[in-house]
Design a protein around this ligand. Structure first.
Ligand code: IPE
Ligand code: IPE
Ligand code: MG
Length: 254
């Protein structure tokens, strides 16, 4: 048992797949009179902490929204610094992830990245592809509509080649295809930073997800807040089977 782990949440009740919109880095920095990038650096530390915690808890899949297809609209300097950060985090963390049996996948239009970043992504994915611990998906240059468009293109091609008839295309087939080439169905989606929107994150995969929004800015997000989200999910899953006292106990344990 992990120190500080809410043992009261049965492992079987935990969400198998958690997705997070990591928002609020810029505001966090601004509140401290610092440059936005300082918030992104702090946000990268939170990523490390939360990945470790998710792995400890035995969550199967964690999908993190790191950079949206719309984030290219930000000032060029911020975009370029974010790319550098992405590059250095990949370089620095991949061996550790591998050591902890994490399987890493980068999901998104990677042809939008520089050649060297693409190579680093491929290296990281290859290094960790046989790991069977936490599946960590990082959505980068990702958009939910883009994701759906890839499936539309793939299946139109199959149909036009006569490999598949359109009436054979089912939800289950699409689901399998998303899981294989992108991300599978999400159980719990968390958004930090106080906004109540999806911002073109996973669209198909969130259809049945429980949504948890918190005011907490991403650099301040921690294990305690993560537990609160999990506890809220567990209670919703049980359709209010829990009592308020039990929820408090789950949140405070640790
Ligand atoms: C999320 O934080 C990180 C990225 C989108 C890369 P923001 O940079 O959006 O932070 P706020 O929303 O401006 O505070
Ligand atoms: C969503 O955050 C994207 C990521 C967290 C990577 P944004 O800050 O870009 O979203 P909007 O602009 O508030 O919708
Ligand atoms: Mg934001």
């Amino acid at each position: 048992m992990i120190a500080g782990d809410p043992a009261v949440i049965e492992p079987g009740a935990l969400p198998r797949h958690v997705a997070i919109i990591m928002d609020g880095n810029g505001r966090w920095a601004k509140q401290r009179g610092r440059l936005r990038m300082v918030g992104h650096y702090a946000g990268a530390k939170t990523v490390r902490k939360i990945v470790r915690y998710a792995a400890q808890l035995g969550i199967e899949k964690l999908t993190l929204f790191a950079f949206s297809s719309e984030n290219w609209r930000r000032p060029p300097e911020e975009v370029s610094n974010l790319m550098k950060l992405f590059m250095s985090v990949l370089q620095r963390e991949v061996k550790l992830l591998n050591k902890h049996n994490v399987r890493l996948r980068i999901v998104g239009a990677r042809d939008g990245f520089s050649e060297s970043l693409q190579q680093r992504i491929e290296f990281a994915e290859r290094l960790t592809e046989h790991n069977d611990g936490l599946q960590l998906n990082v959505a980068a240059n990702y958009g939910g509509r883009w994701d759906i468009l890839q499936q539309v293109r793939f299946f139109s091609e199959q149909i036009s080649q006569g490999v598949l008839r359109s009436e054979q295309l089912t939800e289950a087939l699409l689901n399998e295809s998303f899981a294989r080439s992108s991300v599978s169905d999400v159980d719990l989606m968390i958004r930090t930073g106080g906004e109540h929107r999806i911002s073109n994150f996973l669209i198909w995969q969130l259809a049945y997800a429980e949504l948890y929004f918190t005011e907490r800015l991403w650099p301040d997000f921690d294990e305690q807040e993560f537990r609160e989200a999990l506890a809220s999910y567990v209670c919703r899953e049980r359709r209010f089977g829990c009592t308020t006292d039990q929820i408090r106990q789950m949140i405070q344990t640790g």
